[in-house]
Design a protein around this ligand. Sequence first.
Ligand code: PMP
Length: 338
Amino acid sequence: MQPSVIETIGNTPLIRLKRASEETGCEIYGKAEFMNPGQSVKDRAGLFIIRDAEKRGLLRPGGIIVEGTAGNTGIGLTVVAKALGYRTVIVIPETQSQEKKDALRVLGAELIEVPAVPYRNPNNYVKISGRLAAELARTDPNGAIWANQFDNVANRDGHRATTAQEIWRQTEGKVDGFASAIGTGGTLAGVADGLREKKPGVKIALADPMGAALFSYYTTGELKSEGSSITEGIGQGRVTANLTGFSPDFSYQIPDAEALPIVFDLVQEEGLCLGGSTGINIAGAVRLAKEMGPGHVIVTVLADYGTRYQSKLFNPAFLREKGLPVPGWMEKEVAIPV
Ligand code: PMP
């Protein structure tokens, strides 16, 4: 029996990815983070950040947790906050999927939608959330904290202490490589820390979407971006505190045209309905497997559940508008026998 929803976060299964494994001759596994109670890998960050703030004595009963998020961290924080008696105020760019906004409202987060503007703009969602947290800390009788997932290293430390150790145990120490995208960098840098401590030769790969600047940073030293991606929750333009001192062994830039067919095939062939960032992650794992050669064990992250993107990634009209190919099965209608 689980004493509360919090104990259901983490310890997610590793699932063998059939097509990716067969295509490369490696064993490629996905860590099933969509099975967390908030349906994403960010439940972990929510839990690590709240527990860390409690340890530091920063949170009082009824206190407010403020965060700027593409959605999943807000969902993770809210699930944990509700179970522990806190409130959440979530600042989200209006471009994020309606399903994530709906989930946040259903879970009881106080949601503030703001226009999507770059980080250098003072009205960027992350900066607004920081200012709001400072104001609520001053004015609310129960106080407030800023979760600050990008620069709060409780995020990276938590992945080092849990996700990496789980991968190590679940592969019985056989893991040879790990690949994932970066949103905050907590997952990739934290898992890299934990696995490199166990096995210094383990290979760590960044799978960067188009429009992000870290592929360029890790290959040329310059933060530069080109193109764009419909994936959400990933694609970073700066070196966050969670990335300090981290560098991957390999960096790949993954176009949506490479990642999305993987997402669509997973639904049809493996019963796994997952979000767009998972397609980038698996494409990165496949490239790493090809780089390392057959016979290796590679792990990646199944970051969140696909129904969260029904109105976008799984919507033929949206895909067409973005100039992306629409898989035939998505439009096939079953005729009703008369
Ligand atoms: N995939 C999805 C769907 C996400 O929401 C996030 C986090 N924003 C990530 C991947 C990346 O995780 P991290 O923040 O640990 O880099």
